[in-house]
Write a protein that binds this ligand. Structure first.
Ligand code: ATP
Ligand code: MG
Length: 390
């Protein structure tokens, strides 16, 4: 029996005239991800995208697992492809759904007939297929209100499809439909989640990571590369920019008040990130900040960091609790890596009493002693790039 995957794209369906553009991007992303399994035919007909394996050996379970991580797909169903003949539909449906139906008590049949030349109307299809399934499964009852399983029969132009049960997709909109942004990634729990959330809104991600050797180790850098690797499953290929940050941190420590160290450091991170972002055609920055989580994430501190940026800064976690963030990091499988105990450049030089309500004038005044431009130039010229892909 021939089986395919039918894709239900959630929000894309609301895009009106742009729908085809969004769907094209989604299909391109699906094709790229599925290519590791072999050849697939992906077709779009009557507002549904169908994925058909072209190789006998392809395991549809694996294809479903991959597609569950492609943004733009709200839900999908594995479906049997059969002939447009009522008798064949009945027999094939009973055979195809044998295991599913043996495990449940109630069901109902829904029919969609987009081929209006098919000689039975939808209510008749439901009645005939339902009756046949009941005759083969005497333990079942029809329940039109709260069935355990809904069996769907779709009669289309070239074939009929039978499916039961919906598989949740990743939701969101396809990566590449919103442009590109630069994620400030640390080794922590938050920033990978922030990147995932913005990729879900259609952004291609580049990432930037600040290291302070010898205060931070090679292992710490590898940990961040591993996080990016895990993010790839949802977010696609990520180009990582690794910035040497030691000299800047040492300069701040030597010349600026200790309680402003973190905020000044964060302003440098933002300035450098924005510069690298522009050079990489990114149009926004993304951070994993969450309101009030630490001293550098108070409203006043965020206002001070924002002042050095002219591009939009997205902080998708701003209103989330740590528990909610952790839940997502477990879902995308970055949590276990994030909690490995390697140092981050932010934690190496932590002031004993960071100022939680810095004023901009105070911060700007404290920065005056630093050669800001040349420090930035020096850091940017030392950037190493690593491309992380699946
Ligand atoms: P995370 O869990 O993402 O590390 P956090 O709660 O530890 O976040 P901070 O250390 O204050 O918070 O960092 C806030 C944000 O700044 C991070 O979410 C990340 O976007 C960015 N950031 C922090 N350290 C680095 C770094 N070494 N390189 C790049 N970005 C960083
Ligand atoms: Mg951190």
């Amino acid at each position: 029996m021939k089986e395919i995957i039918l894709i239900k794209n959630g929000e894309i369906a609301l895009k009106g005239l742009n729908r085809a553009t969004f769907e094209d991007i989604m299909i391109k992303n699906m094709r790229r991800r599925l290519s590791v399994l072999g050849k697939f035919k992906i077709t779009r007909a009557q507002s549904t995208v169908a994925v058909e394996p072209e190789d006998e050996e392809i395991d549809l379970d694996e294809a479903v697992e991959i597609l569950k991580k492609v943004f733009g797909i709200a839900a999908m169903s594995r479906a049997l492809v059969t002939e447009k003949n009522l008798g064949t539909i009945q027999k094939d449906a009973a055979e195809y759904l044998k295991d599913t139906l043996s495990e449940i008590r109630t069901f109902k049949v829904e029919a969609k007939r987009s081929d209006k030349s098919f000689p039975y109307q939808s209510p008749e299809i439901c009645r005939e297929v339902g009756g046949y399934l009941l005759s083969k499964n005497p333990h079942l009852k029809v329940d039109v209100h709260h069935p355990d399983v809904i069996v769907t029969v779709e009669v289309r132009d070239f074939a009929a499809y039978v499916h039961a049960g919906v598989i949740h997709g990743a939701g969101g909109i396809p990566i590449g439909s919103s442009g590109k942004a630069m994620l400030l990634i640390s080794g922590g729990i938050d920033s990978p989640v922030a990147g995932y959330m913005m990729a879900k809104r259609g952004l291609i991600l580049d990432a930037i990571h600040f290291v302070s050797p010898p205060y931070t180790s090679e292992r710490a850098k590898l940990k961040v590369l591993e996080l990016a690797q895990k993010m790839c499953e949802y977010c696609g290929t990520i180009k990582m920019h690794i910035v040497p940050f030691t000299h800047i941190q040492e300069q701040i420590r030597q010349h600026c008040p200790e309680d402003l160290f973190t905020i000044i450091m964060r302003r440098f991170m933002m300035r450098i990130s924005q510069r690298v972002a522009k050079a990489s055609s990114c149009e926004a920055l993304i951070t994993g900040e969450s309101m009030g989580q630490v001293a550098s994430q108070t409203l006043k501190a965020i206002a001070c960091t924002d002042r050095v940026c002219s591009m939009p800064v997205f902080r998708p976690l701003i209103g989330m609790d740590k528990n909610e963030i952790i839940e997502i990091s477990r879902k995308i499988d970055t949590f276990e890596t994030s909690i490995l105990p390697y140092e981050d450049c932010c934690t190496v030089f932590t002031p004993r009493h960071p100022r939680t309500k810095p004023s901009l004038s105070m911060v700007e005044h404290a920065e005056e002693v630093l050669e800001i431009e040349s420090l930035i130039e020096e850091a940017v010229s030392g950037i190493e790039v690593e491309t992380v892909r699946l």
